[in-house]
Design a protein around this ligand. Structure first.
Ligand code: SF4
Ligand code: SF4
Length: 87
């Protein structure tokens, strides 16, 4: 499984993903992101695009390897963490 540490930065930076434009009000913070707990309020029923392993299984198999897909996600996480650390 994808090794997510639950930092929550992806959930408050949706502006980077056009496919998630309906999930925020223009500020990039997901409607379902709990800013106090920094957790997802609908975690068990979150959309497919938020489920790294399920998204690979249902949409990406045959297009790239699991290793390549994980690396893309890890690079995005690292970029988000770096951006937030610099604020
Ligand atoms: S930015 Fe990456 S590590 Fe942080 S919550 Fe999102 S998927 Fe998990
Ligand atoms: S639905 Fe949940 S996991 Fe998906 S972006 Fe929103 S807060 Fe994050």
């Amino acid at each position: 499984m994808f090794n997510c540490d639950g930092c929550g930065y992806c959930c408050e930076n949706l502006l980077r993903n056009d496919a998630m434009r309906d999930m925020h009000s223009g500020d990039g913070v997901c409607h379902f992101f709990n800013k106090v707990s920094r957790k997802c309020n609908i975690y068990e029923s979150r959309p497919l695009i938020c489920r790294v392993d399920d998204y690979y299984r249902l949409r990406m198999v045959g297009r790239m390897s699991m290793t390549e897909y994980y690396q893309i996600n890890i690079d995005c996480c690292d970029m988000l963490k770096k951006t937030n650390e610099e604020r």
